[in-house]
Ligand binder design. Structure first.
Ligand code: SF4
Length: 286
């Protein structure tokens, strides 16, 4: 796929995520890492992961995909969202790239094979904004028999969604709220765009699981949990696993209390009442 197109002789439009930023010469879009250089989209994190780790696949979280296997997990820097609770804000809310060592796509695949990983996960920060690097790795990984996993906020462009069908095997998407106002004002994105991606993946051959971070006084009301549960059960499917995770104070939300277990258990009860088969609690010991 083409990652950008010309708007006029001074601007290009980035086609990676639903922000569809118009980029002036030498300027970046909202994510801070995709630039218009000489009329071409240039991603300044290409080849420079901020983190490479071997994680259990359950940590993504994916509970119904290659269980008990390890996934080589990589992330870069930057994000197209502005979540005030981000647990990876030191890499997601910066555009400073550590370019001390270049990792070609084949280098990443070789590391995965050496460590007997069964998949490569594009995670830690939003992989949609560094899709060109992820895809170049992913195609080589596929040739070597490895699976490809995305961990995303679900704001892929229509062009990227279609393109992912050819090489991504599994995805975990965050459904952060069911309030358009919260998505718009706080996260600086659009709920409808995320719901569109969720519906797309639910109908696709890509394995889908969903995660919601339950935050006290933000998205933990019965009404909001019911709206999310109803959407999952009726529009996506009752067999799609839903992970309800506990919030811990972080980044700009240090004054908000962590999510009580009883809130998570209550949310799980609501989810179950809508017929959702697999509901898991995360970030807690129960
Ligand atoms: S990836 Fe998204 S946020 Fe970044 S420049 Fe492209 S459209 Fe804008």
């Amino acid at each position: 796929m083409r990652y950008s197109h010309y708007k006029d002789n001074k601007h290009i439009q980035c086609l990676l995520c639903k922000h569809y930023c118009t980029l002036q010469k030498d300027k970046a879009g909202i994510c801070g890492i995709n630039f218009n250089i000489d009329g071409k989209l240039q991603n300044k994190t290409y080849g420079y992961p901020s983190a490479i780790n071997l994680d259990p696949i359950e940590k993504k979280p994916l509970y119904h995909f290659l269980p008990s296997s390890y996934s080589l997990s990589i992330g870069t820097v930057g994000c197209n969202f502005r979540c005030p609770f981000c647990q990876n804000y030191s890499i997601s809310q910066t555009s400073v790239v550590n370019d001390a060592k270049f990792y070609a796509p084949q280098d990443i695949v070789n590391i995965a094979i050496t460590h007997d990983a069964k998949s490569i996960s594009y995670t830690y920060n939003e992989p949609t904004i560094w899709y060109p690097y992820a895809k170049d790795i992913g195609l080589l990984a596929k040739e070597s028999g490895l699976k490809n996993v995305f961990v995303s906020s679900g704001y892929e462009s229509a062009e990227v969604l279609k393109d992912m069908l050819s090489w991504v095997d599994a995805i975990n998407i965050d459904l952060k709220s069911f309030s358009q106002e919260y998505y718009k004002k706080t996260l600086q994105a659009n709920l409808k765009g995320v719901l569109h991606s969720l519906e797309f993946f639910a109908k696709s051959n890509i394995h889908l699981e969903i995660t919601t971070l339950i935050i006290p006084n933000v998205n933990d009301s019965d009404e909001e949990i019911k709206m999310m549960a109803s959407f999952i059960a009726t529009k996506l499917g009752k067999d799609i696993p839903w992970h309800l995770s506990a919030f811990h104070p972080d980044y700009k939300m240090l004054d908000t209390q962590k999510t009580p277990i009883k809130t998570l258990l209550h949310a799980k009860e609501i989810a179950k009442s809508y017929g959702i088969k697999d509901v898991y609690l995360g970030n807690v010991n129960v």
